[in-house]
Structure formats: C-alpha cells, structure tokens
Write a protein that binds this ligand. Structure first.
Ligand code: MN
Length: 237
C-alpha cells in the first residue's frame, strides 16, 4: 500500500510580545497519523493561493485544534468571551477546506477543525458555550487530555457510528461549538446538553468528518477515525 501524505495544519503565533513567532502543533496529531499508516506533512499558515497546489500533492487533510475562529468569518461580532484568534490561520485553513472539497479529498477536522469546516462551508459557531448555554456540561475539562469526561450520542446509521459505536465517551477541551450547521453536513454526535460533538458530510461521496473532541489523545475506537481517514485517502488516490 502506498502510504498517503496527510497535510496537518499547524499554527503560528507568539506566546509573549517579545517572543519570536513560532510554529506549533501537538505531536499527538503526528503520532496518530503515523500509527494509522500516513506520512505527516505539517503545514503552517501560508498564502491562501498555495492551498490548491498543496491539495494537488497530498492525499488527505487533518485540520487540528487551536485558537478560536474569527467571528467576522461567520458574520458575527466578537463576543467578550472570545479567545485568541489567528486570522492568517483562518484564511489558510478555509482555503484548504475549499481545495479539499473541490478534489473530494479525505478530510478530518478535530476540535477547532470541526469549527473550521463548518465556517468554511457556510455555518456559524457558538462563541462561548458557558455564555450561550449556562446549563451546559463542562466542555473545558480540568482533567488530563486523555481522560474521557462526557458522553456523546452517535447518530444511528452514520459513518461515525460504524467507527465508534452508538455512544462515544469523549474528552472535551473546547469553549466553542457549532451553532448553525453548514449545508451538506449532518450531525453525527451530540452531547447530552445538545452541544454538537461531531458532523459528517452527507451531500455527496466526499469523506469529510469533524469531531469536537480530541481522538489523537485517545486510544481504542478513536484510533479508527485516523485509520478511516487513511483508508479514504488510499482508496481515492
Ligand atoms: Mn465536549
């Protein structure tokens, strides 16, 4: 089997005004792709015009977690509880989503990645779950990243169900979530408080899945998400 190349998005930012700007990516994403049989191609934010050329050369896209998506991109004013935004990263990743969509290139979005997918394709976000949904579960867990802290009910018959089963126990490290779903996506998992935890593309045969949790920090059924991304990348190429 030819090992597929998987573009993994990284961020670029300063931790303090006097620090140099540095590229950042949790190594767990790279490890998950390697374990699943892919070759990681770490891609920092660059000019959006490069997205098509990159998409022509790789076999799959992994949109990673990180900063909040700028609300202007979904027609909203910034909420006071909005976190750090990285406009150059937003523009780059949205261009990558469109390039992947045009090519029907296998795409997995994680945490910020599910939000990027939804915004890129016309959806909106809840900017701060505790502000918008005061009775919501704790979605920014204080526990370690590899601890599963809440459940998510998986949509019967969904692609996600075939991977993780009818109920997923997930970790949770987000304060934003999907509000209005972009056309073409179907909700594939929901937390008990109604927060959307996963979506998948059902408008046509594009393999595109987004999860609000962090499967790269988990083992067991969650490794199947990366295996499925690699399988979809391999079958399409
Ligand atoms: Mn959650």
């Amino acid at each position: 089997m030819r090992r597929p190349l998987v573009a993994i998005t990284a961020t670029s930012r300063r931790e303090a005004p006097t620090d140099p700007e540095r590229l950042r990516l949790n190594a767990a994403y790279v490890d998950a792709i390697v374990r699943a049989g892919g070759i990681p191609v770490v891609t920092p934010p660059v000019a959006a015009e490069f997205a098509a050329a990159l998409a022509d050369r790789v076999d799959a896209l992994l949109l990673t977690g990180g900063e909040d998506v700028a609300p202007s991109l979904f027609g909203a004013e910034p909420h006071p509880a909005l976190g750090r935004v990285t406009p150059a990263r937003d523009v780059w990743e949205i261009a990558l989503v469109h390039a992947a969509r045009q090519r029907r290139m296998a795409t997995l979005g994680v945490c910020r990645g599910i939000q990027t997918l939804n915004v890129a394709l016309g959806g909106t976000l809840i900017q701060d779950i505790p502000s918008a949904l005061p009775d919501a579960l704790v979605h920014e867990q204080p526990q370690p990243r590899d601890e599963r802290t809440h459940v998510a009910t998986v949509t019967p018959g969904s692609r996600l169900e075939s991977l993780v089963g009818a109920e997923a126990r997930v970790n949770s490290m987000h304060h934003q979530s999907i509000a209005d779903l972009a056309p073409g996506f179907t909700v594939s998992a929901v937390a008990p408080d109604g927060v959307i935890e996963a979506v998948e593309w059902t408008a046509d045969a594009w393999w595109c899945l987004g999860v609000q949790w962090h499967p790269e920090e988990l083992d067991g059924a969650d490794a199947k998400l990366f295996a499925a991304l690699i399988a979809a990348a391999t079958s399409a190429s």
